[in-house]
Design a protein around this ligand. Sequence first.
Ligand code: ZN
Length: 239
Amino acid sequence: MRIAIMSDIHSNLPALEAVLQRIETLGADALHCLGDIVGYGPFPEECIGLVGARCDVVVRGNHDSGLLGETSVEDFNSMGRLALEWTRDRVSAASLTYLRGLPLVCRREEVTFVHSSPASPERWPYVFSLTDAEEAFRAFTTRLCFVGHTHVPVVVGEDLSVNSFGPPGRTEDRARFLVNVGSVGQPRDGDPRAAFGLLDIEAWTYETVRVEYDIPKTQAAIRKAGLPAPLARRLSRGV
Ligand code: ZN
């Protein structure tokens, strides 16, 4: 069974559509989303609709929570705050109800799904360092934990090895991994292409998939919407 996992779409519809198309081509059996469907970008309603229609497991991100007024706007930088205020007038009551129903954490058999970190997910901590990763490992019991939030794809093993996943170990080898799937709509690892993760549970393989999308289209829509210009510019550089 192959599972596609995406995160941090941030209302970037051209990026989301390109990712969904690639997932369809790859023939993944399931698709999960780790939150931050909205924020920063110009297409919130369309993105909530597509995620709701296509995804199996969906958990809530801090921007989704900020839109609902359940995470204080003080917790966001000025651009994030402006974008959330802009978004508030442009999403339907049905979309808000959908976001309100999303859990912070979801577990399916051997896998935990959460936006920020399994260690106090309601406070939205970032996993940037190996110390953060160590703390995260203490907070989940499943074999795998998928996160987003930093917009930087990375795989960390429980032995704190970085970017190695597998190969399939002996049956007694119970290696555990914390995986950041990167961001669909606002990558920050210097690669402007949309990112998502592809897990093959039987083969025990994982890869970060990158997808080109129409960046100028999103940038033009950000400018037309009157959203802060740096939110458009950063997409060209993936920062
Ligand atoms: Zn985000």
